[in-house]
Design a protein. Structure first.
Ligand SMILES: Cc1cc2nc3c(=O)[nH]c(=O)nc-3n(C[C@H](O)[C@H](O)[C@H](O)COP(=O)(O)OP(=O)(O)OC[C@H]3O[C@@H](n4cnc5c(N)ncnc54)[C@H](O)[C@@H]3O)c2cc1C
Length: 301
């Protein structure tokens, strides 16, 4: 293991109900456990839950805050950052967070939910796959020496812009209010990403392929690619870098009854494994994943 890295038996990507339940079960099995992500980014945060067993009319925020305290009481640690990079290194899984922190795990549980938000502007749907993309890591190579635009204010957009800057001739980041760590902001500057803060895209231009975007003040920006990266680093990018198999729709990670993916030491739980996209399923799978991940980590001791 690297001496600079923070090391854990079990690392969980996602602080929603799936991740929190996994943390409760893993830490009760005496596995050192770290959760990444933010509870405010869980799709449950703004929900009012009426259909979860033994709870009637409870706010999602309250459930998540209680769950966080509960997991902490059993020894789990929380780190409110997204993971931008993850790879296998022998038996270990190595991650880099948005502030550049390196974390190593014996077992990894992916519980990142599923949301892949749309921008909802004219041209987005029509030009999907013709210059519009939702995955910088997957499609950056198609835009060598081209001008590209990235839309989004969070780690996915900033991380995607840094990746694209290695391929594109010019990378523009269009964002109302950038909300990333100071280190990630510095990486954007170092990568030469051109920032358009306080602005948004009104329309994606082009007939058969993207030719540009129109911004909210009417300015037109010529470009060949528009990357829509709203929110945190998504499942497609993480799955691609780890070699996880997905279902046919390429939205959900395949798991077995122990919540194991096809990659040894990597488990998945919650919305990321497919419908029903419900808290009850996320919690049940989180429980199984937490137990499986702790057992896997113990093999190293
Ligand atoms: C408006 C609304 C109402 C709902 N109402 C109900 C209801 O009444 N009953 C019900 O059962 N379900 C309801 N749901 C569904 C429920 O919220 C989800 O099924 C549940 O939250 C899924 O849990 P999860 O742990 O899989 O993912 P989520 O709760 O979505 O959590 C995902 C977590 O992953 C983290 N994350 C994402 N990317 C990264 C990354 N790169 N690195 C680190 N962390 C990352 C996020 O920060 C977040 O903490 C509702 C959903 C919505 C949107």
């Amino acid at each position: 293991m690297s001496e600079l890295a923070r090391q854990y038996d079990v690392v969980i990507l996602g602080s929603g109900p799936g991740g929190i339940q996994a943390a409760i079960h893993a830490s009760r099995k005496k596995a050192s456990t770290l959760l990444l992500g933010r509870i405010a980014d869980s799709s449950l945060f703004w929900a009012h839950v009426e259909n979860y067993c033994c709870m009637f009319k409870v706010s999602g925020e309250e459930i998540l805050r209680t769950g966080r305290e509960q997991a902490q009481a059993f020894g789990a640690e929380f780190f409110d950052e997204d993971v931008l990079k993850v790879e296998k290194n022998g038996d270990l899984i190595v991650m880099e967070t948005e502030s550049g922190e390196i974390i190593e795990a014996k077992s990894l549980i992916i519980a990142t939910g599923t949301t892949r938000n749309k921008l909802g502007v004219p041209g987005e749907k029509e030009l999907l796959g013709k210059g519009v993309s939702y995955c910088a890591d997957c499609d950056a190579g198609f835009f060598k020496n081209e001008v590209v635009v990235v839309a989004g204010c969070r780690s996915a957009a900033a991380g995607g812009a840094v990746t694209l800057s290695h391929h594109a001739s010019e990378t523009h980041l269009i964002c109302n209010e950038l909300d990333v760590s100071d280190k990630l902001r510095l990486r954007l500057v170092d990568a030469g990403v051109i920032m358009h803060e306080g602005r948004s895209i009104e329309k994606i231009e082009g007939e058969h392929a993207v030719t540009g975007v129109t911004l909210d003040d009417g300015e037109k920006l010529d470009c060949a690619g528009v990357f829509i990266e709203l929110g945190a680093k998504g499942v497609l990018e993480l799955a691609a870098s780890l070699g996880l198999t997905m279902d046919e729709s390429m939205r959900y990670v395949d798991v077995d009854r122990k919540q194991r993916t096809n990659v040894k030491g990597i488990f998945a739980a919650g919305d990321i494994t497919g419908p029903p996209l419900q808290m009850a399923k996320a919690v049940g799978e989180g429980c199984v994943a937490g137990v499986s991940a702790a057992a896997h980590a113990k093999q190293f001791k």
